[in-house]
Design a protein around this ligand. Structure first.
Ligand SMILES: Cc1cc2nc3c(=O)[nH]c(=O)nc-3n(C[C@H](O)[C@H](O)[C@H](O)COP(=O)(O)OP(=O)(O)OC[C@H]3O[C@@H](n4cnc5c(N)ncnc54)[C@H](O)[C@@H]3O)c2cc1C
Length: 519
């Protein structure tokens, strides 16, 4: 990792899969600064998450296409899906060749609801982590790329309708402005607007807020996917337990240890994931427990088979004193993926000149109203590369000038109140704009968020910026959800349980203070 350079040509905000893949593309055109607000995760540490979904040799493109369209519930952008599938093989071959010296062995395995084997594994390691490791090593080997950790982008600098730089807080908390030719937002998700999320702690919607303040349009923000079975333990991150556990015979049990899924769907624990999440929420609500959750039960399955099929989950739960072959596992649904984001074309261009977006923060319309599990990493690789190429091609000729440190805040700003405000936003969103939505709940959320706005103005510290960003993203999600008067994909409203294709077979778009619907 490097120190902050005083000059750069391109800034990539985010050092995940999308940001790193774009940076590799951009390095041919100039100096690239990649920012990560936290440490890039230690990729040697065992991690139970993130298998990656790719297209296997024996697979048929049409099956993947159909599965993606089915999951998207009528709202997928067909061109974005086709492009993903067309370009995926080349992007994957590239990754495999970059990672070859490590001897990574890639194999494919099944995972529902995909109709065929389409999950890439890397010698027992999650392929998502392996992908990030390969991209990080490749980017670090390129002399034009500087990856700088612990530096937070706090603003985009506009000039005559174009983005010409960014504002940051550096590692010491000193604000600086950094000019550049163009900026890529690759900041990941917004899961932390909710009390329960499987997202990394960096997923505080910074890219959404940066884009909105710069005048960029946002799209489909009401569509948030909730992973039904996240491990629930106090003070432990919500680790997603794979849905294959349900497909392989695990039971869901309520607080009284009764199985309940048959009441909600004839397929029981094999019902669609959104329906499972809603059933779980209902059981949690009627339990009237102060701290509700349900249980995932594998104790009736053969212990050796459970250990063999889920070695990482077995080890992770053991580390928290849960033996999944003998104990039931406390679980609840948790926000896992944002289908919407900054509205972009198929090359990652936003409506603001010099501003691009890729990965989870971007909305190409690829996922429609719900994501096919694991299409996200493929999206980050394919669309990260496309955005990098487009930025390279549209680079303006002038080189960026040196950065300007601003005065450091005297006495060092403190984060007083940010934590409590974030907790309030998360509780509000979980209760009123979560898995099951009502008009009254969403109106209450919008109103309360409006009342909170003055407390959040003029942030100075990293955490205060995150609170500000989460507050804005929460308001935009709530307003988009209120505007969509139907149920579709991951958006479920009690008053409107069905589709309304006539009015809403369209994407929601936030333009300034309005939510409009466009085909
Ligand atoms: C637990 C879990 C399991 C998943 N499993 C799968 C799976 O099996 N298959 C699949 O396809 N997808 C999966 N996903 C989704 C997928 O991993 C993500 O959608 C994808 O990694 C997003 O990549 P990204 O590059 O867009 O963002 P991220 O990887 O989230 O990277 C965001 C980067 O932005 C930086 N950042 C954010 N804000 C700022 C700021 N203001 N200033 C500077 N830097 C900033 C962060 O530090 C980070 O480096 C999973 C996600 C989670 C959380």
């Amino acid at each position: 990792m490097k120190d902050l350079p005083s000059e750069t040509d391109f800034v990539v905000i985010g050092a995940g899969v999308a940001g790193l893949r774009a940076a590799i593309e951009l390095a041919a055109a100039g100096r690239v600064l990649v920012l990560a607000k936290k440490e890039i995760p230690n990729l040697q540490t065992p991690d139970p998450k993130s298998e990656a979904r790719w297209l296997s040799d024996e697979d048929e493109v049409s099956l993947h296409l159909q599965d993606t369209l089915d999951a998207g519930d009528g709202l997928c952008n067909l061109a974005a899906v086709k492009l993903l599938l067309e370009e995926a093989p080349e992007r994957i071959e590239e990754l495999v060749s970059w990672g070859k010296h490590t001897g990574t062995k890639l194999v494919f395995g099944p995972e529902n609801p995909h109709s065929r084997s389409r999950t890439l594994h890397a010698e027992g390691q999650p392929a998502g982590r392996e992908t990030l490791r390969v991209l990080r090593d490749k980017a670090q080997s390129m002399k034009h790329i500087s990856i700088v950790q612990f530096t937070v982008a706090t603003g985009l600098l506009p000039d005559a309708g174009s983005i010409t730089g960014i504002s940051i807080l550096d590692e010491k908390g000193t604000p600086q402005d950094l000019p550049c030719a163009s900026v890529l937002l690759a900041t990941g998700g917004l899961g932390h607007i909710y009390r329960n999320t499987t997202n990394p702690e960096t997923a505080t919607a910074d890219g959404i807020a940066l884009a909105f303040h710069a005048g960029a349009e946002l799209s489909d923000l009401e569509f948030i996917q909730f992973h039904p079975t996240a491990l629930y333990m106090k003070k432990v991150p919500r680790i997603p337990l794979p849905e294959t556990m349900l497909n392989e015979g695990a039971y869901l049990r309520n607080f009284e240890l009764d199985r309940f899924m048959a009441k909600y769907h004839p397929a029981g624990e094999r019902a669609p994931r959104d329906l499972i999440a809603r059933a779980m929420m209902h059981e949690m609500e009627v339990s009237r427990a102060k701290d509700p959750f349900v249980y995932l039960d594998l104790t009736h399955l053969r212990a050796t088979a459970v250990q063999k099929h889920f070695p990482r989950i077995y080890a992770t739960c053991m580390a928290h004193n849960i033996d999944i072959t003998e104990d039931v596992i406390p679980v609840l649904p948790a926000a896992s993926f944002s289908m919407g984001g900054v509205r972009v074309d198929l090359d990652g261009r936003t409506n603001v000149r010099g501003l691009f977006a890729a990965g989870e923060v971007a909305a190409t319309g690829l996922h429609g109203a719900n994501r096919l599990p694991s299409n996200a990493l493929l999206e980050a690789v394919v669309y990260g590369a496309r955005a990098g190429k487009a930025m390279r091609e549209s680079a303006r000729s002038q080189l960026a000038v040196a950065s300007h440190p601003k005065a450091a805040y005297s006495n060092g700003p403190v984060d007083s109140g940010a934590e409590a405000t974030i907790a309030q936003i998360q509780d509000l969103m979980w209760r009123d704009v979560g898995i099951v939505r009502t008009r009254a709940g969403m109106q209450r959320a919008v109103k309360r968020l409006e009342e909170m706005a003055p407390e959040l103005a003029h942030p100075k510290t990293r955490r205060a910026y995150e609170a500000w960003n989460l507050h804005l993203a929460a308001s935009l999600v709530a307003r988009s959800a209120l505007a969509r008067e139907e149920s579709r994909g991951a958006h479920y409203r009690i008053e409107y349980p069905d589709h309304d294709d006539k009015k809403f077979l369209k994407h929601s778009v936030i333009r300034g203070d309005k939510v409009v619907f466009l085909s």
